[in-house]
Write a protein that binds this ligand. Structure first.
Ligand SMILES: Nc1nc(O)c(N)c(N[C@@H]2O[C@H](COP(=O)(O)O)[C@@H](O)[C@H]2O)n1
Ligand SMILES: [Zn+2]
Length: 402
């Protein structure tokens, strides 16, 4: 799968989904390249792919910052590499320049995101590159952050550095679709993931659901968790499945495991209350059981009370915590509310070639209030691929007018 995120909305303050399917390079921020056309040589593409490979080493750990990789090339050879490890630490370019040392003078640097041009937690990379004497900068994508937004490229060009923009642009945007969404919409990207049988059920009518999909699909879900900042379930999922929601990867990142429960009618001994491996957060409403809250706090589980617990407010809360991407792994009722409230932009549906039947067996998305097929949400930029014996369908939701 290789598609790019929806970006460049008319109103970037809106948390709702967007139908605007333009590439970042085509809109809002001006970039002098036509999208979809190959920019740069095959060698440039290979170097940019190396940048993305380096960037992925920090998967799940950089929010609210992006994943960025950089490679310094001199006389056709890589002389320095780097990636951004986490917010507050130096940017990818700084690590790559440091590794290159004096060889950076007159060299070309590839970087998957436009070099920054502002004083944030760290100083501007544009100045660092100019001071190091690089002669050419090859950029994957323009930084949507309004503090940068083409300013890094302009600064470099003003200093006489040659700049090429848009090498492997779609792949660079895809890697940072959560960061882009966060910057443009002031919300994390919401990804609804579910696994269902060929007849559209996520469990048997008894509630039994282990396992709908094969091991390959479950490993893919573990990788997905490792790349996300948080994973959300509702109380029903805790009661019925008692999940761990970890990435099951040695040394891999674990997302914050979030439970939404108005009543706190939850089991006392759920796996999610074991926080040695990964942190947990319970979101509830004011007035829910103080005793249960005290028990959770004692076990190290964070509890936050809302006057009214809704997916929309939860996404606002997670944005304020600095998150870029949130995985909804909930049941159908919560999934429907999350979709209706614009808390989901992307769908990942694993479909297993199995039939369970049962008119009461649960389905992935509950009532959306639609009564005709013309109201159905048609996904955009749909891709699918086979994962073991299952099929994974990926797509983006259109904007819902409310
Ligand atoms: N080009 C580039 N390389 C990196 O390694 C980066 N982390 C970024 N990030 C951009 O700068 C903002 C964060 O700045 P501070 O880390 O706070 O100094 C981030 O929002 C991106 O716009 N860019
Ligand atoms: Zn920087």
């Amino acid at each position: 799968m290789n598609n790019c995120p929806a970006v460049a909305p008319a109103d970037a303050s809106s948390p709702k989904n967007t139908q605007d399917n333009k590439l970042l390079g085509q809109s809002g921020i001006s970039v002098d390249i036509p999208a979809q056309e190959m920019v740069g040589s095959e060698f440039d593409s290979r170097m940019m792919q190396r940048c993305l490979e380096l960037a992925r080493r920090a998967l799940g750990r950089t929010s609210p910052n992006p994943l960025v990789g950089a490679v310094v090339v001199k006389d056709g050879e890589i002389v320095g590499e780097g990636f951004h490890p986490r917010a507050g630490e130096p940017h990818a370019e700084v690590f790559a320049l440091k590794a290159a040392g004096d060889s950076a003078r007159g060299a070309t640097i590839y970087v998957s995101l436009e070099p920054c041009n502002h004083y944030g937690r760290t100083p501007p990379c544009s100045e660092g590159l100019i001071n190091a004497g690089v002669s050419k900068v090859i950029v994957g994508m323009v930084d949507p952050n309004p503090l940068v937004a083409g300013g890094g490229i302009a600064r470099l060009r003003a200093a006489g550095v040659e700049v090429v923009v848009g090498v492997e642009e779609a792949a660079c945007q895809k890697l940072n679709e959560g960061f882009i969404h966060r910057i443009l919409y002031k919300r994390p990207l919401g990804i609804l993931k579910y696994a269902m049988t060929l007849d559209g059920k996520i469990a048997a009518s008894s509630g039994h659901s282990t396992w709908v999909t094969n091991q390959d699909a479950r490993s893919e879900v573990h990788q997905l968790r490792a790349a996300c900042d948080a994973v959300i379930v509702g109380g029903n999922t805790v009661r019925q499945d008692n999940p761990y929601l970890t990435s099951h990867q040695v040394g891999g990142h674990n997302p914050l495991r979030v439970v939404m429960s108005r009543s706190l009618n939850l089991p006392e001994n759920a796996h999610l209350w074991e926080v040695a491996e990964a942190p947990s957060l319970v979101l509830t409403e004011i007035g829910s059981s103080r005793d249960f809250q005290a028990m959770l706090l004692k076990k190290g589980v964070e509890v936050v009370e809302f006057p009214s617990l809704t997916p929309e407010l939860v996404m606002t809360h997670l944005y304020e915590r600095g998150f870029c991407s949130v995985l909804w792994e909930c049941g159908g009722t919560l999934a429907a509310s999350a979709i209706a409230q614009g808390a989901v932009q992307k769908i990942l549906a694993f479909i297993a070639p199995k039939i369970i039947g049962g008119s009461n067996a649960p389905t992935p998305v509950g009532d959306l209030g639609f009564t005709t097929m013309t109201e159905a949400l048609s996904l955009e930029r749909v891709r699918w691929r086979v994962v073991g014996s299952d099929c994974l369908v990926e797509g983006y939701l259109p904007q819902i007018s409310q």
